[in-house]
Design a protein around this ligand. Structure first.
Ligand SMILES: NC(=O)c1ccc[n+]([C@@H]2O[C@H](COP(=O)([O-])OP(=O)(O)OC[C@H]3O[C@@H](n4cnc5c(N)ncnc54)[C@H](OP(=O)(O)O)[C@@H]3O)[C@@H](O)[C@H]2O)c1
Length: 375
């Protein structure tokens, strides 16, 4: 391989389990004046990665991958606040047919600084013998890769959809329901809701995760398998339950979130998979229904097959406001990354990671792999 080329993962075009990805050789890109070039160390897998091909949102040959951490190796002339050698974690819209080069499962990527967290202390790499790692302050490349897309997903929901007041005291007495507290998104949403915004937090998850989610800041954890889970939540929260955050976002969970919310106070319900009011059995007049997509943080329009989601500066402003409030809490360890499960076959682990996500074999953890096999 010459110095100008690199290994990268792209869609094969197949939707068959374990046949989604191919390793290709591609040029190492040069950053524009407003971009960074990042040399990858660790990657995290996300459901959106397999959905882009299985749900038909992405294109054959588009590069895949939405979360990476690594080292900055070049900085565009107009970029402030970053330098060569910085350790960073960031997300991008991988698999996007309109921007097929943006997928991050490659050795080098040009990236948008506004979607990037710079870690002032140097990050470490976990040892080859580590296969599981607990929720911790971000001090490793693996932890930095895990957190990026999830935290800024919460950002679009909390700072744009809910438009939460940055002053914690203004949110006192209000409750948020985070449906799916053990999802990669939910684990961060619980911490952000409690520690950054001062909300009371109720969440749903399998019983086995109760003590972990309480340790992150959940005031109450309800088992979503219980047939009377909505009654339990309503009894606990009453009319204070004014924010509903559906991090699972299927028709069933969207209806459950709606049913649990207050019957009278003004409330907002937000989901992550473009569900609207039409699929609700009992829409409520006091509830505003919203949906969030992390990629709007860039301000650009997003297209998923026939669905066009219009971007704009309001999403960028919400992202900035959230970034300024929450990234300091990540840097000082108040907000921890998710528990990690490390796969050790380098870029070769990506296919396994997407298969595990697709087959619902992931629970309260983020799947991480690195560029090369760990010996
Ligand atoms: N719009 C966006 O920008 C955006 C961004 C990120 C993710 N997403 C979407 O959001 C969803 C979550 O992504 P993720 O990566 O956070 O998920 P994930 O970590 O892959 O989700 C796995 C978790 O889902 C939980 N779960 C499954 N069914 C549930 C139910 N009915 N009620 C409560 N919890 C349930 C499981 O809980 P237990 O193990 O406790 O049973 C498991 O811990 C995906 O559909 C993804 O595509 C959208």
């Amino acid at each position: 391989m010459s110095l100008q080329t690199q290994q990268a993962l792209a869609f094969t075009g197949s939707t068959e389990d374990k046949k989604l990805l191919k390793l290709v050789s591609t040029e190492i890109p040069k950053p524009n004046s407003d971009q960074l070039l990042v040399k990858a160390v660790a990657f995290a897998a996300n459901p959106t990665d397999f959905k882009h091909i299985v749900f038909g949102w992405g294109g054959k040959d588009a590069f895949v991958g939405s979360d990476v951490s690594g080292e900055v190796v070049a900085v565009g002339d107009k970029v402030n606040g970053f330098a060569v050698g910085d350790h960073v974690g960031l997300f991008e819209h991988g698999g996007d047919p309109d921007h097929p080069h943006r997928g991050l499962f490659k050795e080098y990527s040009v990236v948008n600084p506004s979607l990037t967290i710079r870690y002032p202390s140097k990050l470490k790499t976990l040892g080859a013998d580590v296969t599981e790692y607990p929720a911790s302050k971000v001090e490793t490349f693996e932890g930095a890769a895990a957190l990026s897309l999830s935290i800024f997903t919460v950002g679009q929901s909390f700072a744009h959809s809910f438009d939460l007041d940055s002053d914690k005291t203004k949110n006192a007495g209000k409750t948020v329901l985070i449906w799916g507290g053990s999802t990669a998104t939910g684990i961060l949403a619980i911490q952000v809701a409690k520690k950054a915004y001062g909300l009371k937090v109720v969440t749903t998850a399998s019983k086995k995760h109760e003590s972990f989610l309480k340790s992150l800041g959940a005031d109450a954890v309800f088992d979503y398998h219980d047939s009377d889970v909505i009654d339990q939540i309503k009894k606990f929260s009453g009319e204070s339950l004014v924010y509903g955050y559906d991090t699972v976002s299927d028709e069933g969970t969207w209806n459950s979130v709606n049913d649990a919310l207050t019957e009278s106070a003004p409330a907002i319900a937000d989901n992550l998979l473009f569900l609207d009011k039409s699929v609700l059995k009992n829409p409520k007049k006091n509830v505003k229904y919203t949906k969030a997509i992390v990629h709007l943080a860039s301000g650009e329009d997003q297209q998923l097959t026939d669905l066009v989601i219009t971007g704009g500066q309001e999403f960028v402003a919400a992202h900035r406001k959230f970034y300024e409030k929450v990234v300091p809490l990540v840097l000082d360890g108040t907000i921890k990354h998710q528990p990690l499960r490390i796969l050790h076959d380098g870029l070769g682990s990506a296919e396994e990671a997407l298969s595990l996500l697709r087959n619902n074999k992931v629970s309260a953890e983020k799947l991480i792999f690195r560029v090369s096999k760990t010996e």
